[in-house]
Ligand binder design. Structure first.
Ligand code: CP
Ligand code: NVA
Length: 300
């Protein structure tokens, strides 16, 4: 059966570790598994990192990326998602989509006979999760038993981060305002992926204390712009600033998937300061995208 990558949990822990290893292999060793084939990249939302890293990763695997805006394809507006999937499998060796509703990537994956990659949905951002794990591993070494803290909205980015951190055996600490947090069943589900522990706090400093990696993300995700003011009020006190970083492990790294809103979820002094690895993290989006596509196409 064709393997797709809609969520981190589509991989086992061993597979996730192998994909991270593939991300660090020289490109020439991957054997151009997309040679002579296309890759459809469909975006219902804006993007910088995901579009560029995926386009370049497709080229590095020998393929030809075809970018299309979501409005042009018109999932369920111009034609049913299933017709789009079945047509595109005849042109492309891979289909990738950034969508509002996660069900769109699920329906593409069940209709098309080529791998489908989720480039961000309302539920998850698994390509980001891979890059986050690769960056933490490069900065911290073996991640088993290390502590990752996430401060902010329990959203697509933090769900994928929690899943891969769990698979790699980390202690996971979330700090989220009430109403923007993970429920008990979700915390249990994350724990069962293999986490050393999972804890959630409403006071960010408790989550960050002694952590080896401190992550955050925007308080206002794409599509939530109408709630911007209410969200900014709800997240007051959740900015990752120097005082918050001072309670983390002294060697801790600061991470953010970007785009970042300085003065809101992170202070300029932290994201532009010595503990920040956000550009390395962003560059790793290309290496991890190349790795997961190579893996889906049979590279081992
Ligand atoms: N981190 C991330 O997905 O960035 P873009 O929205 O720019 O692709
Ligand atoms: N949570 C953010 C991530 C952007 C890369 C969003 O969905 O807009």
């Amino acid at each position: 059966m064709t393997r797709s990558f809609l969520d981190i949990t589509d991989l086992s822990g061993d597979e996730a570790r192998l994909v991270l290893d593939i991300a660090e292999r020289p490109i020439a060793e991957l054997g151009r598994p997309l040679e002579g084939q296309g890759a459809a990249l469909i975006f219902e939302k804006p993007s910088n990192r995901t579009r560029h890293s995926m386009e370049m990763a497709v080229v590095q695997l020998g393929g030809h990326p075809v970018y299309t805006r979501g409005e042009e394809v018109g999932f369920d507006i111009r034609e049913p998602v299933e017709d789009i999937g079945k047509i595109m499998e005849g042109y492309h060796g891979m289909i990738a989509a950034r969508v509002f509703s996660h069900s769109i990537v699920e329906r593409l994956a069940s209709s098309a006979n080529v791998p489908v990659v989720n480039m961000l949905s309302d539920k998850s951002h698994p390509l980001q999760g891979l890059a986050d794990a690769l960056t933490m591993r490069q900065c911290l070494g073996d991640l088993a038993g290390r502590t990752v803290a996430y401060v902010g909205d329990y959203n697509n980015v933090s769900r994928s981060l929690a899943e891969i951190s769990a698979m790699l055996g980390m202690h996971i600490r979330l700090a989220c305002p009430t109403g923007f947090d993970a429920d008990g069943a979700e915390l249990e589900r994350i724990l069962l992926q293999g986490a050393a522990s999972v804890q959630q706090f409403t006071r960010p400093s408790e989550a960050v204390a002694g952590a080896h990696a401190v992550h955050t993300d925007t308080w206002v995700s794409m599509g939530q712009e109408d709630d911007k003011e209410a969200r900014r009020q709800a997240f007051e006190g959740f900015q990752v600033d120097e005082a918050m970083m001072s309670v983390a492990d002294p060697t801790a790294v600061f991470m953010h998937c970007l785009p970042a809103y300085r003065g809101f979820e992170v202070s300029g002094s932290v994201i532009d300061g010595p503990q920040s690895v956000v550009y390395q993290q962003g560059h790793n989006r290309m290496h991890s995208a190349r790795a997961i596509m190579a893996y889906l196409l049979g590279v081992r």
